[in-house]
Design a protein around this ligand. Structure first.
Ligand code: NAP
Ligand code: HSE
Length: 425
């Protein structure tokens, strides 16, 4: 059978994994795709860079134009420019594209779908969310009959790895990030991971599919893990919670609430046991009830596995009419972040003297914050640490209460404000 020629844009962590997977499983992949697959040309930035022996150096080029001679294009270079332009050009020229690029798919999914329609081909992006976890196709196809009420996910492998190392080995944030970078989990600029932007992009992609609406990363209220302190992660552990960067998309009274933030998850909840670079998507829907998709969310071979699944699909249907990516264009109503309701863990440092607890309680009460429990630990002779756990409360109320607490002369500072897992999760 005539081999299929597959061009690849980028040959870093994921691209090298694709080559390794193809070499290791060539026979099975050929059988599943129906034809042998040959990779090349491969577009990279630096032709002189040292690469793994699996990379065919004579296939490397810097010229995108060489790619259009191929039958299928894999994009694993990442970033917005020139990746977006090259994806659009390949699709418009009638080449199916397999991409792991959540930046492009989250921001420009509609434009990408239009280019695919114009070229009469399909675009595949399973690897863009959850690394090796088959969530995109599951959501688009297998779960199409279920009305999704909520998605709560651990969508970033780097931050989950960092939080696991901080909690279990006492590693400090910076050292844990360096480990994640060395393992190939982190984005080229790891701030995208740490600040929650990578998770927000993935959440926007999932929410667009789940709610059949156009959701953009800028619709997501985002808070990263940079402000977390080891002390709170430890306190949470003592209280029976694991700290996770949660990405939540949910229907609230006809509107959609979208947010990425650190949250304490009860240790008995399945999401609490998602460690290291693993990801999980916990989905709640009307017909399916609760379902969880779990697996490696980052790394060379897990991500290559998702790319390869898409590639096999692209090759099997090569030359047949495209099925067409349905990218919803209608914008939904969004719940303003201040109206979202959460439960909170608050930690403050206060003077240890009569009446202080009453002042704190009065401020919280004035802002409609219902206290669930309070734990006070003396710190030296005159000061104490207060940990307050709240019942569900509007986020705007907490913001206002924190501002007022910060003004109390008896409160030296509110040191932490971390959400607890959403009610009903
Ligand atoms: P990476 O290791 O940084 O590799 C990027 C590759 O793209 C490199 O080969 C680089 O060339 C090439 N490249 C970058 N800019 C280029 C340009 N302007 N022109 C030509 N080539 C260019 O990235 P990665 O970790 O493999 O990630 C690739 C994509 O997969 C990203 O979209 C990422 O978000 C996504 N992804 C990654 C993971 C993961 O665990 N790493 C998981 C899921 C999805 P040089 O080699 O010459 O520098
Ligand atoms: N940087 C990303 C992560 C790669 O850590 O999850 C996978 O998309």
């Amino acid at each position: 059978l005539k081999p299929v020629r597959v061009a690849m844009l980028g040959c870093g962590t994921v691209g090298t994994g694709v080559l390794a997977l193809l070499a290791d499983n060539r026979e099975a992949i050929t059988a599943k795709a129906g034809r042998p697959i040959e990779v090349g040309p491969i577009v990279v930035r630096d032709l002189k860079k040292e690469r793994a022996p699996i990379v065919p150096r004579d296939s490397l080029t810097r010229r995108f134009e060489d790619v259009l001679a191929a039958d299928v294009v894999i994009e694993v270079m990442g970033g917005m420019t020139p990746a977006r332009d090259w994806i659009l050009k390949a699709l418009s020229a009638g080449r199916p594209v397999v991409t792991a690029n959540k930046d492009v798919m989250a921001e420009h999914g509609v434009e990408v779908a239009a280019a695919a329609r114009a070229g009469g081909v399909d675009v595949f992006f399973e690897a863009a969310v959850g690394g090796g976890i088959p969530i995109i196709r599951s959501l688009k196809e297998s779960l199409a009959g279920t009305r999704v009420r909520r998605i709560a996910g651990i969508l970033n492998g780097t931050t989950n790895y960092v939080l696991t190392r901080m909690a279990e080995a006492g590693t400090d944030l910076r050292a844990a990030v360096a480990e994640a970078q060395a393992a190939g989990f982190a984005e080229a600029d790891p701030r995208a991971d740490l600040d929650g932007l990578d998770a927000a992009r993935k959440l926007a992609i999932l929410a667009s599919i789940a709610f059949s609406a156009r959701v953009l990363p800028s619709d997501v209220a985002v808070e990263g893990i940079g402000g977390l302190k080891a002390h709170d992660i430890e306190s949470g552990q003592r209280l029976g919670w694991a700290c996770k960067l949660l990405a939540v998309a949910e229907q609230v009274g006809g509107r959609i609430s979208l947010r990425v933030h650190p949250a304490f998850v009860e240790k008995s909840h399945p999401l609490a046991s998602v460690r290291d670079s693993y990801n999980a998507i916990y989905l709640q829907g009307d017909a399916i009830g609760d379902a969880m998709f779990y697996g490696r969310g980052a790394g060379s071979l897990p991500t290559a596995s998702a790319v390869m699944g898409d590639l096999i699909e692209a090759v099997r249907f090569l030359g047949q009419p495209a099925r067409g990516l349905q990218a919803a264009e209608g914008r939904p109503d969004f719940l303003p972040p201040g109206e979202a309701v959460s439960r909170f863990y608050l930690r403050m440092q206060a003077l240890d003297r009569p009446g202080v607890l009453a002042q704190v309680a009065a401020v919280l009460g004035r802002h409609d914050v219902n206290i669930h429990s309070v734990m006070q630990t003396p710190e030296g002779e005159r000061s104490a640490e207060l940990i307050v756990r709240t019942h569900p409360v509007r986020e705007a109320s907490i913001t206002n209460a924190l501002t007022e607490l910060g003004r109390l002369e008896a409160v030296a500072g509110v040191r932490a404000c971390i959400r607890l897992q959403p009610d009903g999760l």
